[in-house]
Design a binder for this molecule. Structure first.
Ligand code: BES
Ligand code: MN
Ligand code: ZN
Length: 488
């Protein structure tokens, strides 16, 4: 799929023409004169521009037919970026069955803020994705546009902005692919290979991988404990990006990469286990972010870390009652083998805060079902010990139109992590706010750095089709991570 930014329209099979309510003339004015003539008398009275109202008209210029879609955006004042993105995505759903080769997205009117088109195009691209790698039947494969043009006459959308949009979309697609890939293929070892492949994209990225042998050497008892029940090796992966940085201390981004979470001996029941290949969505978003860095080359120092293991129930699996020793020497009583995400992250956090002394840490994890119970599938739950960092995340969230919600971390939760017979326990019976409890455990391993924890158990995955995402991986929070680190 080619995405092109053009000053003038030449040809396409379909034109997407977004418009505000009662602003039909503005929209028609954007069309080339020949098309205006053919269409003006048709569309009067039929096109309202009301939000969600999509009307199509077919015209012919010379030998070629073109379908023109008038896409109602509603009242301008009520159109936030989330709605802009949603309308782009709804358009993708409305036209996909026609399998056009070339689609052209037109501007709304002469002076409109180009951000609108930006989010509209983003939504359209996100809505056009489906994971079909493993489908043989060509008829069932997702239609791929040969070319998507974005028409921007007055170069309001610059090439740089456009490249960025393109790169972000590719990264979201890549992250979705990784999360959707079945767990028999996407193992911790394979995540290591993906990291090496991303490393090859740029000389500014250095990749280091700890395999089981090195994990043992570094005494990372928690990652090893989680991986012990599987014949697949575990991996701790470091991707260090450094390009004439303007920040003195690196930004540390740590992703949970449990490539399948069966729950361990606290095995997950039917209806809870089916989608657990997605338990590496945090790791996939780190890879997506590194791909963006490799392509856009900002002047930053960013370290991406992936902590990866498979949580199964082999005869070497950790057991409830086991006490494991973390990299930093602290001991953890295993009270529930299904609370494994915080274990793999704890070793990764303890090691990388010490090694890199970061300015900020952001960890990203499909950590708790409790986060879904609390805020659903559309929103990322955020726990943070630093208001400045949280505010930056809020800005990032606005800039990508993905949602976040602040969750609490109080002394109560911090106290509940204590164990009677070890330094900590990984699960505490009877505490209801599971998302906060997960964060309270992680906090013990961040060595007092500025930190935000992103619980993406809900937001990284959608159980049903939505306009912006086919059922499965959503690619969240790749875009937000990029919008966050851009602020440094
Ligand atoms: N990977 C799960 C969390 C999860 C649940 C992600 C549903 C996506 C969808 C995590 O490892 C887990 O099992 N968490 C437990 C924690 C509990 C044992 C403290 C949970 O949420 O039940
Ligand atoms: Mn689990
Ligand atoms: Zn898990």
């Amino acid at each position: 799929m080619k995405l092109n930014l053009l000053k003038t329209y030449t040809t396409a099979d379909a034109i997407l023409l977004p418009l505000f309510e009662n602003k039909l003339k503005d929209a028609i004015d954007q069309l080339p004169a020949t098309l205006q003539k053919q269409i003006a008398h048709l569309v009067d009275h039929k096109v309202t521009g009301k939000r969600g109202d999509i009307e199509v008209f077919h015209t012919a210029t010379g030998k070629t037919n073109v379908s023109i879609y008038f896409i109602g955006l509603g009242e301008k004042a009520k159109l936030d970026s989330e709605q802009q993105k949603l309308m782009g995505a709804k358009t993708a759903q409305a036209i996909k069955k026609y399998k056009y080769d070339k689609v052209a997205i037109f501007p709304i009117n002469k002076k409109e803020n180009i951000k609108i088109m930006h989010f509209f195009a983003l939504g359209f691209l996100l809505g056009s994705y489906k994971f079909d790698t493993y489908i043989n039947d060509k008829k069932k494969k997702q239609h791929i546009y040969k070319e998507i043009q974005v028409i921007s006459p007055d170069s309001k959308l610059t090439n740089t902005e456009f490249d960025e949009l393109n790169t972000i979309t590719q990264a979201i697609y890549y992250t979705r692919d990784l999360v959707n890939t079945p767990p028999n293929e996407l193992t911790p070892t394979q995540l290591g290979k993906e990291a090496l492949a991303i490393g090859k994209l740029s000389r500014q990225i250095k990749v280091t991988i700890f395999d089981d042998k090195l994990l043992k050497k570094h005494k990372m008892g928690l990652i090893l404990g989680v991986g012990a029940g599987s014949h697949e090796e575990s991996r701790l992966i470091f991707m260090e990006y450094k390009n004439k940085p303007t920040n003195k201390k690196p930004l540390l981004i740590v992703g949970k990469g449990v490539t399948f979470d069966a729950g361990g001996l606290n095995i997950k029941p039917t209806n809870n286990i089916e989608d657990m290949k997605s338990d590496m969505a945090g790791a996939a978003s780190v890879l997506g972010l590194m791909q963006i860095l490799a392509k856009l080359k900002p002047n930053l120092h960013v370290v991406g870390v992936i902590s990866s293991a498979e949580n199964l129930l082999g005869d070497k699996a950790m057991k409830p009652g086991d006490i494991l020793t973390a990299y930093n020497g602290e001991t953890v009583e295993i009270t529930n083998t299904d609370a494994e995400g915080r274990l793999v992250l704890a070793d990764a956090l303890a090691y990388s805060t010490k090694k890199y002394n970061p300015e900020i840490i952001v960890d990203i994890a499909t950590l708790t079902g409790a986060c879904i119970a609390a805020i659903g599938f559309q929103i990322t739950g955020v726990v943070s010990n630093n208001d400045k960092l949280y505010n930056k995340l809020e800005t990032a969230s606005k800039n990508c139109a993905d949602l976040i919600w602040h969750l609490p971390l109080t002394q109560h939760f911090q106290d509940k992590v204590a164990s009677d017979i070890a330094d900590y326990k990984n699960w505490t019976a009877g505490v209801n706010a599971g998302a906060s409890m997960g964060a309270a455990f992680l906090e013990k391993f961040i060595n007092n750095h500025n930190w935000a924890h992103l619980d993406i158990a809900g937001s990284s995955w959608t159980p049903e089709n939505t306009p912006t995402s086919h059922q499965g991986a959503t690619g969240v929070p790749v875009h937000m991570l990029w919008e966050l680190i851009k602020q440094y």
